[in-house]
Design a protein around this ligand. Structure first.
Ligand SMILES: [Zn+2]
Length: 478
């Protein structure tokens, strides 16, 4: 049996005053009685058209009185039925300019394939909406706000609804789904990640509007079904919930940020796994750091750790500033993180500076928790099996076996045998001559600092020396 995505009956009913719900569980449709004809807000699936017409009649209206079909965006589940409904009723279809190609068939982006169907009822909207446009009919004047993100042409709607002398502002976020903003979706369709920035900007824009009657374009957005039942039960203002609008926007913003955060962590994790080498930079003055890091990059290094100063001589804020400078300078070219992290406040400073990972000499569950909470890669230090397992169980992405120079490759190998599920990095005493041995003994990467010769080279401004040091390391890893 094939799944019928458009099925899911909702008993039609009044939302408030002259506004009604006539849609289904998978796609909301709303009807506005303007006193001079009807406005249909989203048309739904073409497969559900009979049910929609039935719902409109059930409420005592004649579908032939629909004058305007106003679409939140061009996806199949919202716009699919528009062409046929317009043909039946003569209604004017309005759609955001940016979704035009989605409904004319010029571009295969309506997502019909997600519902196992082929989009055949293409159409050209009678009116293309832009930001600030108004759609007016009878007693109703709808403000259209361009809110791209979910799709380029997504429009959100705000209008007054009335019941006798009671009047409220109704509002709908026309495309609140983050399903079209995941890394997977964007890369499959070669879309730029900037659409996420647009989505977040749209949310900020929507916070400027109030929506006392908060409408969803999917029933889950605002518990449509539960509220319809409450209205039915005599609670006329069940949909009047001004705070829910802002709470919904907050929730969608958090959802978007969570996706971005998770992906950033995944990318950082993959980079460390692929590159295998983390260069540790300790005590380099801020004025030489970019030049030094560029030399490392030329030498093939792609992951760099800036350490906090446990003695406190260099203030944490100064170290975080250096991290921030490097993050801004390199963008995606180099992964920057923090080392010698012993305090929660250092995790927070690093995250705020845009750092990607947190390395500590010890296993401190509090630090690991904070690191994961902020979406960074966690690399605590450990020496014993108990510490390694504690770190791993607390959520560490890697465990830094430290100090490996004293413990030896044999110790690493013995530890990896029972703890093969833990990703170890060998740190502390790794040199170009012995790093291959650590990798052969089970480490998935190494961390290395600069030696006295390198430090002297930095002091005299000989960055070619640093480049050569780094090349000696990176060439062994490729
Ligand atoms: Zn959609």
């Amino acid at each position: 049996m094939k799944n019928k995505f458009w099925e899911g009956y909702v008993r039609p009913g009044r939302v408030f005053g002259n506004l009604y719900f006539v849609g289904t569980v998978p796609a909301s449709s709303h009807l506005i009685d303007t006193g001079d004809g009807l406005i249909l807000l989203d048309a739904g699936f073409p497969e559900a058209i009979d049910g929609l017409l039935e719902n409109i009649r059930f409420l005592g209206f004649d579908p032939m009185d629909i004058r305007i079909i106003l679409l939140s965006h061009g996806h199949y589940d919202h716009a699919g039925a528009a062409a046929e409904l317009s043909r039946l009723t003569g209604a004017e279809i309005c759609l955001g300019e940016g979704d035009l190609k989605m409904v004319t068939g010029e571009e295969d982006s309506s997502l019909a394939e997600l519902f196992d169907v082929k989009y055949t009822q293409f159409f050209t909207p009678h009116r293309r909406l832009s930001d600030g446009d108004r759609v007016t009919l009878g007693n109703t004047d709808i403000l259209c706000v361009s809110t791209p993100g979910h799709t380029e042409g997504t429009m959100s709607f705000f209008f007054d609804v009335t019941d006798g002398s009671a009047r409220y502002r109704a509002g709908m976020f026309g495309g609140a789904g983050t399903n079209t903003l995941t890394g997977e979706f964007l890369s499959a369709r070669a879309l730029p990640s900037s659409v996420r920035d647009k989505f977040l900007a749209s949310i900020s824009r929507l916070r400027e509007e109030k929506a006392e009657v908060f409408l969803g374009n999917h029933v889950g957005n605002n518990d449509t079904v539960g509220k319809l039942a409450r209205v039915e039960g005599g609670e006329a203002d069940a949909f009047v919930a001004p705070d829910e609008w802002y709470a919904f926007l907050d929730e969608r913003e958090a959802r978007m940020n969570e996706i971005i955060k998770k992906e950033k962590t995944m990318n950082a994790l993959e980079t460390i796994l692929n590159e295998k080498a983390i260069m540790i930079v300790r005590g380099v003055s801020a004025d030489k750091i970019v030049e030094l890091a560029e030399a490392m990059w030329r030498g093939g290094i792609r992951v760099m750790e800036c350490t906090y100063d446990a003695s406190g001589k260099t203030p944490d804020e100064e170290t975080a500033r250096v991290i921030g400078t490097l993050v801004k300078h390199f963008g995606d070219r180099m992964l920057i993180g923090a080392g010698t992290v012993l305090k929660k406040s250092q995790v927070e400073l690093t995250a705020a500076a845009g750092g990607a990972f947190i390395i500590s000499p010890d296993t401190n569950v509090e630090i690991i928790d904070e690191t994961k909470r902020l979406g960074l890669v966690s690399i605590p230090g450990a020496m014993t099996p108990s510490e390694a397992v504690t770190a791993h169980n607390a959520g560490a992405d890697f465990v830094k076996l430290f100090p490996i120079g004293q413990l030896g490759a044999g110790y690493l190998k013995a530890l990896c045998a029972p703890l093969s599920h833990i990703r170890f990095l060998a740190v502390g005493g790794v040199r170009p001559e012995n790093l291959a041995e650590y990798l052969a003994s089970g480490a998935c990467g190494i961390g290395m600092g600069l030696n006295a010769n390198d430090k002297a080279a930095i002091d005299r401004g000989d960055f070619d020396h640093i480049e050569n040091t780094c090349r000696a390391i990176s060439s062994q890893l490729k």
